[in-house]
Design a protein around this ligand. Structure first.
Ligand SMILES: Nc1ncnc2c1ncn2[C@@H]1O[C@H](COP(=O)(O)OP(=O)(O)OP(=O)(O)O)[C@@H](O)[C@H]1O
Ligand SMILES: [Mg+2]
Length: 322
């Protein structure tokens, strides 16, 4: 059985059918690292390349993507389709100044990420999941709330944004760990491995399990049939890393180290998509109510985000045929 057919048999993560769009989630644990700046930048470039693109503000309660796109606070926000129970994405598509790019705005103040219950979360997710667009870019909130992790894991590209600061990197690992264990939990249930995992975790000191990769390794030994199936499925799960606000050449090399540590620690693929420099022009253009990419097409970070967007545009996504 090929990896993809195996993944299709067990996935996608919420046990639903394949989605209508290519979904990219941008997370990263720490606040202020640049998730919204990077999400809006990637969405602008993907739209500029001619892809029909939706940018979704899932930072419910502290939505600010409209500002990044130089728009006022849209009237129609995710809150309205949760409130009216329709979960109809069409109702909350806000056109932007950029061709092919629409914003699904988050709400402000009233709807906190923690206030969405499981049923609402699943319904919203399903609507987004099936929405036919070339790309859907999900901008997530900081932290590791279950709802945030769920949205991160539902995507086909899992991008983690971090800065080179130690606290930010630490938070990124914490975020990846929480995401990984959420995925593992789902598949261990599907493969009837839950008891084995609980048993192994209870003996983690005795077995010297220091990281998720060690856990996968030992599951393969004690469950020679189901273990390799789990490893194969999880190998379709990949962390993509973007290092934002880099200032030196050394910062950039840190991206490669994070990528290799991630791969070793989790035992799943990981890719460093590239770095984006720190540039004062980011806040300067925001003050003018413009996105840097619209305001400064000759900046270095314009080229860096363009490069990452091109790679995303050309990369493989697991999606249904047709
Ligand atoms: N490459 C960069 N160069 C300079 N400033 C940047 C860069 N990226 C982001 N910023 C600035 O950092 C601040 C935080 O960025 P952003 O809102 O994108 O972070 P965030 O990760 O989405 O935060 P939150 O978790 O609070 O939503 C903003 O003021 C933004 O202008
Ligand atoms: Mg944000």
């Amino acid at each position: 059985m090929s990896d993809i057919s195996e993944f299709r048999k067990y996935g996608p993560l919420r046990g639903q059918a394949q989605p209508g769009s290519k979904i990219i989630a941008i997370g990263g644990g720490k606040g202020g690292v640049g998730k919204s700046f990077v999400s809006s930048g990637l969405a602008i470039f993907l739209a500029n390349m001619g892809h029909k693109t939706l940018l979704v503000d899932l930072d419910l309660g502290a939505a600010n993507l409209h500002t990044y796109l130089g728009m006022g606070m849209p009237k129609n926000t995710i809150q309205s389709i949760v409130d009216d129970g329709s979960y109809d994405i069409e109702k909350v598509l806000n056109p932007s100044h950029i061709q092919n790019l629409k914003l699904v705005a988050g709400s402000n103040d009233n709807l906190d990420i923690a206030d969405i219950n499981t049923k609402q979360r699943s319904q919203l997710m399903r609507s987004l999941f099936y929405y036919p667009s070339d790309f859907i870019v999900l901008d997530l909130s900081a932290g590791t709330h279950n709802t945030t992790l769920d949205f991160f894991n539902m995507a086909q590209k899992h991008i983690v944004v971090t800065t080179p600061e130690p606290v930010s990197i630490e938070n990124a690992y914490r975020f990846m760990k929480a995401s990984f264990f959420q995925v593992l939990k789902r598949y261990e249930k599907q493969l009837d491995l839950a008891e084995t995992v609980v048993d192994l975790m209870a003996r983690k000191d005795e077995l010297n399990l220091r990281c998720p990769a060690d856990l996968l390794h030992i599951i393969n030994q004690v469950e020679p049939e189901k273990g390799p199936a789990l490893t194969r499925i999880l190998s379709r799960y990949k962390f993509d890393i973007i290092l934002n606000q880099t200032r030196t050449f050394k910062d950039n090399s840190m991206g490669h180290s994070i990528q290799s540590v991630t791969k070793k620690y989790f035992g799943v693929p990981s890719e460093y998509l590239g770095n984006v420099d720190y540039d004062n022009a980011v806040w300067q253009s925001l003050r003018k109510n413009k996105h840097l990419l619209v305001e400064s097409p000759h900046s270095r970070i314009y080229a860096q985000l363009l490069g990452i967007s091109r790679d995303l545009s050309n990369s493989d996504f697991i999606r249904a045929a047709g």
